[in-house]
Design a protein around this ligand. Structure first.
Ligand SMILES: Cc1ncc(COP(=O)(O)O)c(C=O)c1O
Length: 452
């Protein structure tokens, strides 16, 4: 056990107690994979603005924001009062409401490709319905996606999410099941592309052109280093999808926070359909499928059976709609621009901390998204990022996470962080100081011996 890990149990006895209870009812002591870290996670008590408080009374600045959900921080008064007002009026019925219509109208104004939308409950569901819609629209069964990129928990979207080098294949990425027992049919129907490699991706797409329904694409995938796709790559995907009548699905569940019209506006992607979630719901569950009217007609069930059925008991539930409406009003051009420039400051200051501590590392990301890597090697696809986050670099990230946790900073164990609007320069300075202090201790303890 390292220095930083040793401090943790002294400070978190209540979380330790709750973990004992949790181990009885949850496999692995947690109801959600991503929230676990050894020896046990800090339990949530309350949150406000950019701070989270745990049950042991420790206050931390929250840079995880439930994996990029909270754009305006926790419990923003406008979102809280909108949710309270709606809860008093009723929480869910089978009837459509004016609030879902209003939120849909607001979202549609944001990007040129959003001509019509449908709500879902999560980003995973939005991706699943976009894929099913692409199949129904084209009558083809295959989808293409980039190696290592996360698009939620639908088993087709999970193919080749995290293959290790033994499964990488010789020259072209292979379709690898994320879990044991994934049906061969799923693997056969998902074609894997190397992110940002125009020539190889184009060749793979051309070979399978007659069978591909859609390309599932994230323009800044965190598992490819948080480095955006090149204009050439984006152009190639667009040209291919247009010429072969393939549906280009842009996953904006995370990337939408980087620009008023999402990453598609920033990078000029022009998808047929997009999937959104996270920030749109202001902290409540939500997902969105937004696309060209011609494509979105696959979900039209007004004249009988839709080409692609889409339903869900809690879809467009009034509470998420109320929170979403308030959240969208806070997601202004000015707020995004201010947070993006704070993001630049954060990336620059953390990089400076690595330089001052004389530790190999780099900080990437876009807008208010930050990714820390314990490697100076060039990044830009899944394989380079895998190397920068596995073995010793992975342990370094874990140690950094613990050092930050002990200094009042809640970052993710994977080096991914994001900002929220209650933050200002003092929080960013504190973050960079905490990174520097942790790196210096790690160096003194020789914890990075052998790091590249
Ligand atoms: C890019 C991307 N797509 C889809 C999803 C799935 O969203 P949800 O967790 O709301 O199901 C996520 C979740 O982190 C994501 O990062």
């Amino acid at each position: 056990m390292t220095n930083e890990a040793e401090k943790y149990p002294d400070l978190t006895s209540k979380s330790a107690e709750l973990t004992q209870r949790a181990k009885l009812v949850y496999p692995g002591g947690t109801t959600r994979g991503q929230t676990y870290y050894a020896p046990y996670p800090s339990y949530f008590k309350n949150a406000s603005g950019c701070h989270v408080f745990d049950v042991d009374g420790i206050k931390r600045v929250d840079y995880v924001n439930n994996y990029t959900v909270q754009f305006s921080g926790h419990s923003h008064p406008k979102i809280v009062s909108a949710v309270q007002a709606q809860a008093a009026l009723g929480m869910c019925t089978t009837m459509p409401s004016e609030s879902d219509l209003e939120l849909a109208e607001k979202i549609i104004q944001r990007a040129e490709s959003f001509e019509q939308i449908r709500f879902t409950n999560t980003g995973t569901e939005a991706v699943m319905h976009a894929i099913k819609g692409a199949r129904a629209y084209t009558g083809r069964s295959k989808i293409a996606k980039c190696e290592g990129v996360y698009h939620g928990a639908y088993d087709y979207a999970e193919v080749s999410l995290d293959p290790n080098p033994q499964l990488w294949g010789q020259d072209r990425p292979k379709s690898v099941g994320h879990t044991r027992g994934v049906p061969n049919g799923v693997l056969n129907d998902v074609i894997i592309l190397p992110f940002n490699d125009v020539a190889v991706s184009k060749a793979i797409l051309e070979e399978n052109a007659d069978e591909i329904a859609g390309i599932l694409f994230d323009v800044i995938p965190s598992r490819c280093g948080g480095i955006p796709a090149t204009p050439e790559y984006i152009r190639m995907l667009k040209q291919f999808s247009t010429s072969k009548n393939v549906i280009l699905i842009q996953d904006e569940v995370v990337s939408w926070r980087v620009d008023y019209g999402g990453a598609q506006t920033l990078y000029g992607v022009d998808p047929d359909v997009s999937t959104l979630g996270k920030v749109i719901g202001g902290g409540l569950p939500i997902g969105v499928i937004a696309g060209r009217k011609e494509f979105m007609q696959v979900f039209d069930s007004s004249c009988g059976k839709a080409a692609c059925s889409h339903s869900g008991t809690f879809t467009a539930n009034p509470l998420s709609m109320a929170a979403g409406l308030a959240a969208m009003e806070l997601l202004t051009k000015d707020a995004i621009a201010r947070l993006n420039s704070l993001g630049e400051r954060a990336r620059a200051y953390i990089q400076e901390a690595f330089n001052l501590a004389d530790v190999n590392g780099q900080v990437t990301g876009e807008g208010s998204l930050i990714l820390i890597h314990f490697s100076s090697d060039p990044l830009g696809d899944y394989r380079s990022t895998w190397r920068a986050h596995t073995d010793l670099p992975g342990k370094m990230l874990d140690e950094l996470f613990r050092g930050l946790l002990n200094r009042g900073v809640y970052f993710s164990t994977w080096g991914l962080g994001c900002l929220s609007t209650p933050m200002g320069e003092p929080e960013i300075d504190h973050l960079a100081d905490s990174v520097l202090a942790t790196l210096n201790i790690m160096k003194d303890k020789n914890l990075m011996e052998g790091a590249s």
